[in-house]
Design a protein around this ligand. Structure first.
Ligand SMILES: Nc1ncnc2c1ncn2[C@@H]1O[C@H](COP(=O)(O)OP(=O)(O)OP(=O)(O)O)[C@@H](O)[C@H]1O
Length: 620
C-alpha cells in the first residue's frame, strides 16, 4: 500500500493535508508517493505546532503503525522532485513555483520556510543596527556597573538609583538594563515574578534619560503582548513599577515618559478587515523607537516574522517571556529558537542579540508557596514534584491525588464561586470576581476536558436556579444558552468587535431583564457590552484549557489532569497551568499521568535555531 494511502487509512491526515497531496498528484501524476506523503505531513506538522516535518522522526508526528521509509528514501525522492526547492543558501528566497522546501533536514511548506527566513533576516537587521543614542559608539566616559556592561557616566547616578544592587555583580536585572543601552535586540526571560516587567520599566526610564542626555525627543515606546489580557496585565505591572520608582524619588519627568497602556500585537501591527496582512510592515514600519513585547513564548512563527519586519531601522526590540511555558499552538517555539541562537552566539557571535535570564523570584506571596514546585516541574523531576505535592508543606498548594472529577468532591466550593458571580454589583465587579477562580484542563474533549466540564457546570448552575435571575429573568430553562452569570471565552479573533481569541466575558441581565455579554475594555472600570447573538465564536469559560489560559492569571487554579495519558500532556503544560495561580493551586490527577507528563517535552521541529545561529542541526 502506498504511504499516502496508509496515512489516510490510519486517519492521520486532515482533509486539508490530503487536498495538498492530491492537488500535486493532479498536476503531475508521476509525483512519487513519498513526496505526496511528505507534502501532506508538512501541512499536518504546521497544524501540530512545527515549522516543518522531519522525515527522520515521522513517528513523532503520527503515532500509528506505519511502515515508514528510511531517511535516505525520503531524501532521494525529495531532492529529485520538481515540487521541492532546495535553496543554495538558507537566507535566499526559495523558488516561488515549488510548494515545498527541503532544508536543514526538514520538509517545509514554502510559506513557513519563508516566514523562518524573513524572521531571521529581520532579527539580524534589528540586532546589527546601532541603537539610537546608543552607548556603544559614545565617546563619553563609561561607569562600571559591576557587570561586563558599563553605562555612560552621565547615566551612572540614575542607574544606581534604579538598581541599588547593581555593584554586587550578579544582579541580572541591572545587567539586562545596562545591556539595553548597548543593544537593539534584547531578550529578557524568566519565570513568573522574576521581575521581567520591573526590569523593563527601569530600563525604559534609562532609555528616556539617555535620549534626554542626547538632546533627543523622548523615545516612542510601545508595550504589546499576544493577547489582550496579557497586554493589560503588562501595562498594570508597568504602572505599579512606575509608582514604586516615584517612591524611590526617581525623576518624575522621566517616569512620565513611559506608556501607561498596552496593546495586542494585532492592534499594534494594525489589522485590515478580511486581509491576512497588517497595516505596518517593512515598507510602513511601526512609529516607535522601542517595542517591548511580553509573553513572547506565545507568539507563533508568522506573527513573529511580521512583527520583526515592522520594527523600523534603528529601533529597539525587547522580547520578554518564560521559555519554560507552552509554546504557541500554531507553528511556534520561535522564542526557543531565538534563545538557542543567542546562546550559541555568546561564543561564536553571528546572531546579534543579548539574552539575560532572570532567576530570582521576587513575588512574595504569603498565601502561595509555588516556587519549589514550579522548579521541580520545570526540571521534570517527578520524585521531588510528587513529594512536595504529597508533603502538604507548600502553603496554598493542594494535591487531590487519584481524583478525576472536581465537580464531585468539591462541588459546593466551586458552585459557591460561580453563584457569587451573579451577585456582582456591576459588570466590572463581575469580571473582577470571574478572575478569582478557574478550572484549567489539559484537554478539551473527554470527561476531564473543558467542554464536558463546562456543560456539566452550566447544568448545575441552571439547576440551582442561578439562571432564574433575581432580576426577573423568568424561570430557568436548559434551552437558554445565555444566562445571568455565564462566563464566556472568545475562540476567534474579531477585529470588528475588538474581541480576541482568549478574551473572557460574562453574561449579565440588567434591571430591565435584557441580557448582555460584558467584556473588558481598555479601561478595566468600563467593560463593553455585546449582544450575545452578535458575538464571534465562543465557548463557556468556567473551565478552559491551559493553552487558552496562557497569559492570564487567576487567584485560585484547579488544574485537572486527564485520567489517562494524552499526547498533549507535557512538562510545559503542567508548568504553565500551575503558574497561572496567584494564591491557591489545586491539582487533580493520578501519579502515573503526572509522571508521564513530566517526562514529555513539547519539542518542536524548527529551523530557526540553525538559521539564526548558523549552527549544525535543526532542532530547537
Ligand atoms: N529588584 C526588585 N526589588 C524588589 N522587588 C522586586 C524587584 N524585582 C521585582 N520585584 C517585585 O516582584 C514582583 C514581580 O515582579 P514583575 O511583575 O516585574 O515580575 P514578572 O517577571 O514580570 O512577572 P510575570 O511574568 O508574572 O508578569 C513585583 O511585585 C515587583 O515589585
Amino acid at each position: 500500500m502506498s504511504l499516502l494511502k496508509a496515512l489516510e487509512r490510519a486517519r492521520a491526515l486532515r482533509p486539508l493535508d490530503l487536498a495538498l497531496a492530491h492537488s500535486l498528484r493532479r498536476l503531475d501524476p508521476d509525483t512519487p508517493d513519498v513526496v505526496l506523503a511528505a507534502a501532506a505531513l508538512a501541512s499536518l506538522a504546521v497544524a501540530e505546532g512545527h515549522a516543518g516535518f522531519d522525515p527522520a522522526e515521522p513517528q513523532r508526528l503520527v503515532d500509528a503503525p506505519i511502515a515508514w521509509p528510511g531517511v535516505e528514501t525520503w531524501r532521494e525522492a525529495l531532492e529529485a522532485s520538481r515540487w521541492v526547492a532546495r535553496p543554495e543558501r538558507d537566507d535566499a528566497e526559495s523558488a516561488p513555483d515549488a510548494p515545498l522546501v527541503f532544508e536543514h533536514g526538514l520538509v517545509y511548506l514554502r510559506r513557513y520556510r519563508e516566514y523562518e527566513r524573513r524572521l531571521a533576516e529581520g532579527l539580524r537587521r534589528i540586532g546589527h543596527a546601532p541603537p539610537q543614542h546608543g552607548a556603544a559608539g559614545e565617546a563619553g566616559a563609561m561607569s562600571p556597573t559591576g557587570s561586563d556592561t558599563p553605562v555612560p557616566e552621565a547615566l551612572a547616578t540614575l542607574f544606581h538609583q534604579l538598581f541599588p544592587d547593581a555593584t554586587s555583580g550578579d544582579d541580572a536585572q541591572s545587567r539586562a538594563a545596562a545591556a539595553a543601552l548597548h543593544h537593539s535586540l534584547l531578550l529578557v526571560t524568566g519565570g513568573p515574578g522574576t521581575g521581567k516587567t520591573t526590569t523593563i520599566t527601569r530600563m525604559l526610564v534609562l532609555l528616556a534619560a539617555q535620549a534626554r542626555e542626547a538632546g533627543a525627543p523622548p523615545p516612542r515606546i510601545a508595550l504589546a503582548a499576544p493577547t489582550g489580557r496579557a497586554a493589560e496585565r503588562m501595562a498594570e505591572s508597568v504602572r505599579h513599577a512606575v509608582q514604586a520608582l516615584t517612591a524611590l524619588r526617581v525623576d518624575a519627568d522621566l517616569c512620565a515618559r513611559l506608556p501607561t497602556t498596552g496593546t495586542t500585537l494585532h492592534r499594534l501591527l494594525g489589522t485590515i478587515p478580511d486581509k491576512p496582512v497588517f497595516r505596518h510592515h517593512a515598507d510602513n514600519p511601526l512609529p516607535f523607537d522601542v517595542v517591548v513585547v511580553d509573553e513572547a513564548s506565545m507568539i507563533d512563527l508568522p506573527l513573529m516574522a511580521k512583527l520583526v519586519e515592522a520594527v523600523p531601522d534603528g529601533a529597539r526590540l525587547v522580547l520578554l517571556g518564560d521559555p519554560d511555558q507552552l509554546p504557541s499552538v500554531e507553528a511556534g517555539d520561535v522564542l526557543a529558537g531565538i534563545l538557542r541562537a543567542a546562546e550559541a552566539s555568546a561564543t561564536a557571535a553571528p546572531f546579534p542579540a543579548r539574552h539575560i535570564h532572570l532567576t530570582r523570584g521576587w513575588r512574595q506571596s504569603a498565601a502561595l508557596d509555588l516556587a519549589p514546585l514550579a522548579a521541580a516541574v520545570r526540571e521534570g523531576d517527578a520524585d521531588t514534584t510528587l513529594s512536595l505535592l504529597r508533603g502538604g508543606q507548600l502553603s496554598g498548594v493542594q494535591f487531590h491525588e487519584g481524583e478525576a472529577d472536581p465537580l464531585q468532591a468539591h462541588r459546593e466550593h466551586l458552585l459557591a464561586h460561580w453563584t457569587a458571580l451573579a451577585e456582582a454589583s456591576d459588570p466590572a465587579d463581575a469580571l473582577a470576581r470571574a478572575g478569582r477562580l478557574r478550572i484549567l484542563t489539559a484537554v478539551r474533549e473527554g470527561p476531564q476536558g473543558a467542554r464536558g466540564l463546562n456543560a456539566r457546570i452550566e447544568g448545575m448552575l441552571l439547576q440551582t436556579g442561578l439562571a432564574a435571575s433575581r432580576r426577573g429573568a423568568g424561570p430557568a430553562s436548559t434551552a437558554s444558552r445565555y444566562f445571568h452569570g455565564r462566563l464566556l471565552l472568545i475562540s476567534e479573533n474579531s477585529y470588528r468587535h475588538r474581541l480576541f481569541n482568549g478574551d473572557i466575558g460574562i453574561c449579565l441581565r440588567d434591571d430591565g431583564g435584557t441580557l448582555m455579554a460584558w467584556f473588558p475594555g481598555d479601561d478595566p472600570r468600563n467593560p463593553r457590552p455585546f449582544h450575545p447573538a452578535a458575538l464571534p465564536a465562543h465557548d463557556s469559560a468556567f473551565a478552559m484549557t491551559v493553552h487558552k489560559a496562557q497569559g492570564s492569571e487567576f487567584d485560585e487554579v484547579w488544574l485537572v489532569l486527564p485520567e489517562r495519558d494524552n499526547r498533549v500532556l507535557s512538562r510545559e503544560l503542567v508548568y504553565t497551568g500551575m503558574t497561572r495561580a496567584r494564591t491557591a493551586l489545586h491539582l487533580i490527577g493520578h501519579q502515573v499521568v503526572l509522571e508521564t507528563a513530566l517526562r514529555r517535552l513539547t519539542a518542536r521541529w524548527s529551523g530557526s535555531g540553525a538559521r539564526l545561529g548558523r549552527e549544525n542541526g535543526h532542532r530547537n
